[in-house]
Ligand binder design. Structure first.
Ligand code: HEC
Ligand code: HEC
Length: 288
């Protein structure tokens, strides 16, 4: 019985794939049904989406590995989103991207207010990830899709061991993280909060995240320190003693030193495996 069901799924995927191929090759073909119809852009079949020539499989495999470590736990194994991050295959940014040039700014700067941390990847790694993302059919559905039904699929004991090794230098289950599971009763929010604390948005504010501060050293040698409010290529704005101050940036002047208390977390992100993530979340879920 199981086998029959599996076959049915496979042939459905093939049928959808074939339909899309037709729409691509024969210009006048009636519009393909557009996969599952989510997203609403489909309508006219694949013609509306940019086509990427098939990439070197070795590059795609490399990108898949980088993606698996850095992106998968938020954007899903098939990049169609769901684990806290949006669908990337239908993302305007990804669709307009050729070699990572549009993806790179998002990855390197992150969208800290929206739950996407900045990730320290090289342009070459991002271009590999881009090749991997472009290897998906925009409207297709990947048969290898294997998202677990819940994020609580890990082993809490293994998670506890991992916690002792990697987290206990800064956190304690009976101290600052006591009751964390009660605070974030949705396991996805719980997972999000330890993967990217201070990410904001999901599951309520991260209570004790200290602010990012900056030390500005002026040409005169004078130093001004305060909470970083805003920074771009041209200005830096900080708050010190209740007042807001802005400084024009001109290359390396004034000199800036950013102190981000969450830097250690960001450095841990690429270290976790999917398994570690599930185990740690399962363990934290026991801290009621
Ligand atoms: C901790 C979770 C998390 C991780 C890890 C993560 N992302 Fe994201 N990503 C998000 C969230 C949340 C958003 C949506 C931000 C918003 O709403 O502006 C996002 C947005 C994006 C966008 C913009 C989509 C759009 O159309 O606006 C791109 C591109 C992207 N991520 C790529 C990546 C890549 C590539 C990686 C790995 C190198 C990665 N992300 C890792 C959570 C994450
Ligand atoms: C080098 C220190 C350091 C390490 C290692 C570290 N963290 Fe953190 N963590 C912080 C800081 C700093 C914050 C922000 C302040 C706070 O909320 O305590 C934070 C925040 C958090 C939060 C959010 C707390 C809240 O109340 O919203 C969770 C959950 C968390 N970390 C879990 C972990 C886990 C799990 C690990 C190990 C995989 C880990 N941390 C490793 C320093 C660290």
């Amino acid at each position: 019985m199981k086998r029959v069901a599996a076959l049915a799924v496979v042939s459905m995927v093939v049928a959808v794939g074939a339909g899309l191929m037709c729409a691509q090759v024969v210009n006048q073909a009636p519009a393909a049904p557009g996969g599952r119809g989510q997203g609403g852009r489909g309508g006219g079949g694949m013609g509306a989406f940019p086509q990427h020539p098939p990439a070197d499989p070795a590059v795609v495999a490399r990108g898949k590995a980088v993606y698996g470590v850095n992106c998968q736990f938020c954007h899903g194994a098939d990049a169609r989103g769901g684990e806290g991050g949006p669908n990337l295959i239908r993302s305007e940014i990804v669709m307009n991207d050729e070699n990572g040039e549009h993806i790179a700014p998002v990855v390197q700067n992150g969208r800290p207010d929206a739950g996407m941390p900045a990730l320290n990847l090289t342009p070459a790694q991002i271009s590999d990830v881009a090749a991997f993302l472009h290897s998906f059919r925009v409207n297709g559905r990947d048969a290898s899709r294997d998202r677990p039904p819940s994020v609580l699929v890990g082993d809490p004991q293994a998670g506890q061991q991992y916690f002792q090794a990697r987290c206990a230098s800064c956190h304690s289950p009976t101290g600052d993280l006591k009751g964390i599971a009660a605070k974030f009763s949705d396991p996805k929010a719980l997972q999000q909060t330890w993967l990217a604390p201070g990410g904001g948005g999901r599951g309520g504010p991260a209570a004790n995240v200290p602010p990012v501060t900056v030390t500005v050293t002026l040409a005169s040698g004078q130093k001004v320190q305060g909470r970083l409010l805003r920074m771009d290529d041209f200005t830096v704005t900080l708050e010190a003693d209740g007042a807001t101050r802005s400084f024009i940036r001109n290359g390396d002047t004034p000199k800036l030193e950013i102190h981000d208390p969450l830097e250690p977390h960001r450095q841990l992100l690429p270290v976790y495996t999917d398994k570690d993530i599930h185990n740690v979340t399962a363990y934290l879920a026991t801290l009621k």
